[in-house]
Design a protein around this ligand. Sequence first.
Ligand code: TLP
Length: 342
Amino acid sequence: MIDLRSDTVTRPDAGMRRAMADAEVGDDVFGEDPTVHLLQQKVAELLGKEAALFVPSGTMGNQICMKVHTQPGDEIICEAGAHVLNFESGSMAFLAGAQPRPIPGHRGVITLEQVREAVRSPAYYLPRTRLIVIENTHNFAGGTLFPLEEIRRISEFAREQGLAMHLDGARLWNASVATGISPKEYSRYFDSVSVCLSKGLGAPVGSVIAGSKAFIEKAHRVRKQLGGGMRQVGILAAAGIYALEHNWSRLEEDHRKARRFAEIVAGSRHIQLDMETVQTNIVVMDITAELTAAQLAERMAAKGVLLVPMGPRKLRAVTHLDVTMQQVETAAKIVRQELDAL
Ligand code: TLP
């Protein structure tokens, strides 16, 4: 099987497993796991924040941050295709009690002008705008990059208005490799940042959220409320540290593989694919043939290629460290052949 469903499907290699087995551990609910402390310190430094907190998933990381930033009834501005809005089981409403204010972006990018229009006036009968969430890279738009200049403009405005900024940086590592802009430079425009270790970096579990010391103290409490306190979790933090040290710079290779996949499938008359969206390790394509994305995914699975439907017509391929360039080319050719035969 050539599994291109997600960069979350990778399995820890021998080196990572060794690092996990050798990890020094303690009870992290008592704050006594040295490996967790080390990971949190490393990520806080990388993101230029005072403090960080290890959490089980990107979803929990985002949800904790949104909960800390808002009160029930507040409004959260985000792009219409944002992960926090579409792929987290409605948790924004369930946990924070906040409502979304989605803005349709261009390739996942929203502008200051759009944000400015979406912010509510301070009338008692209107929801209170409280938070702006930006996703970089943007998953549903095809792994697209959010330009730093636009982030800077939106952030300046947010600060003037007293609004908080959260970065869903599940794939911030990819953004950084693709642009040469450090995670710290991206993060300085945000009050909170969530990054994942279990996507392109290849760790089996784990995300980290970062912010000011006061923010992380509140986040710590919410993590406990959600049942996210973990015990000898240094075993998992060690995988995260290993992933950062060994698997970050190689993301460039995943980007090349995604580009190659896109070039091959884009030749099909039944695929609509904006090549400008292929900026990192994700390819999101529209199927224009008389079959749904789910049906095509099923046919592909029968031929040994796993892809994920992201809507009735949208199909996604994600490259990662457990697939070679050759496998990616083979997979793309199989998709191409299947569609050409229609
Ligand atoms: N994304 C997953 C699926 O949920 C779609 C994937 O396979 O890409 N933010 C972004 C931008 C994400 O892409 C994801 C995961 C998350 C947050 C949530 O991370 P997890 O899966 O660890 O809860």
